[in-house]
Design a protein around this ligand. Structure first.
Ligand SMILES: [Ca+2]
Ligand SMILES: [Ca+2]
Ligand SMILES: [Ca+2]
Length: 396
């Protein structure tokens, strides 16, 4: 199959080895909606299914709660106002916390260090009114940090321990207050807060451990940028990204791709406001220049809604792959089914596309990876098929 026959649109950067195989592989995978080829044999296995629409809007990796050697999952269901702790092996619910007083309880999830000293990392839940922290052992509420009452997006990440209590602290990027805050994870007290001049895209904030900076995307008019903030709360000059469209629902720090000894970034974007398919770009951490661009295959849309690094999975022998969620299929009778695409920024190639299993809607809206296992949320957030939300496992 020639490249021009394919519906894969990407920016060629000179690497073409193996693309014939790759195009054939992707085409057969998506058209047959199966997930096997000679470079990627992952088949989605249902872990939890048949849940109300909105279940698994957010997922996070916890410590190993049931002692089987595999880290377990915290799964949010904002519609039901609860977070479930689920065994990553059996899919059994091992506990839950619920709160009916917040209409968006579980907008974001983050597993923290062991705040209450009972042995396992505790769980931060972002809602429309506050940031809540619960003990993963007792399920008790440890503290609340209020936020403006808003369903505006909020993003959270763990940073280093800034107040020297032995626990990594928390960065909160809040679209409602247009502020970046750092909280002490021990008690929820504010360490510092900086107002932002440009609108944050408050769906992803990450900690770049090599440059000791908090990184997130912002946009103003047509200009997209990456903002970087030091641990003292000082913002650097924004790094302008030369890709158009709204960016930053997903953001990752990756190994240095362009050889300048600075880590680079992966971010999702759109070529225009009408671009429903979306793309994922790698940008230089020094200049913001686009280094790679991957676009959705055929009807897949919302490509890059979730992106995770598969550092330990070595898919097809490549140990620096990314799993990219595209939770929708556009203009299709199965338009919410979606897919997970495995890409390699290092060799600038798509390794495989794993299509949603039958009955999974919104597959790829959230993804977490633990060694060679990838957990994919299918929250059915468009509400097309009630009672089908769930979480699936891919083992590479
Ligand atoms: Ca476990
Ligand atoms: Ca704990
Ligand atoms: Ca701390």
């Amino acid at each position: 199959m020639a490249a021009s026959d394919s519906h894969i649109r990407r920016t060629p950067l000179g690497h073409s080895a193996g693309t014939g195989l790759f195009y054939a592989c992707v085409a057969s995978l998506v058209l047959a909606t199966s997930a096997s080829c000679n470079r990627c044999t992952a088949k989605p296995r249902a872990l939890v299914t048949g849940r109300p629409s909105g279940f698994a809007t957010s997922i996070a990796l916890m410590d190993d709660v049931d002692g089987d050697g595999l880290r377990d999952l915290a799964i949010s269901s904002p519609v039901e106002g609860r977070i479930e702790f689920v065994s990553s092996h059996s899919g059994m619910t091992m506990g839950l916390v619920s709160y009916s007083g917040d209409k968006a309880f579980g907008l974001a999830l983050l597993v923290l260090d062991d705040i209450d000293g009972r042995g396992a990392g505790d769980v931060l839940v972002a809602g429309s009114q506050a940031i809540y922290v619960f003990s993963s052992e007792t399920k008790n509420l440890l503290y609340v940090h209020p936020r403006p009452n808003s369903s505006a997006r909020v993003a959270v990440t763990a940073v280093i321990d800034l107040d020297f209590d032995g626990l990594r602290d928390i960065a909160v990027l809040d679209g409602a207050s247009k502020c970046l805050s750092v909280l002490s994870s021990g008690k929820g007290a504010l360490i510092w807060r900086v107002p932002l001049a440009r609108s944050p895209v408050a769906t992803a904030v990450v900690w770049d451990s090599r440059s000791s900076q908090i990184v997130f995307a912002s946009h103003e008019a047509t200009v997209n940028a990456l903002e970087r903030c030091g641990v003292g709360g000082k913002l650097e000059e924004p790094l302008r990204i030369d890709s158009p469209g709204v960016v930053g629902e997903s953001l990752l720090v990756i190994d240095d791709l362009d050889g300048d000894e600075r880590p680079d970034y992966i971010i999702n974007c759109r070529t225009s406001s009408a671009d429903i398919h979306g793309s994922v770009v790698a940008v230089s951490g020094r200049t913001g220049a686009q280094l790679r661009r991957f676009q959705a295959y055929r009807d897949l849309s919302d490509f890059g809604r979730a992106v995770v690094c598969l550092r330990d999975a070595a898919v097809g022998g490549d140990s620096s792959c990314l799993a990219v969620g595209s939770p929708r299929l556009w203009q299709s009778k199965h338009r919410s089914q979606g897919a997970v695409t495995v890409i390699s920024p290092a060799i600038e190639n798509i390794i495989c596309v794993v299509a949603a299993p039958v009955g999974a809607f919104g597959f790829g809206r959230a993804i977490v990876a633990d060694r060679n296992r990838v957990y994919v949320a299918a929250p059915d957030t468009e509400g097309e098929s009630h009672g089908t939300a769930g979480v699936y496992v891919l083992a590479f």
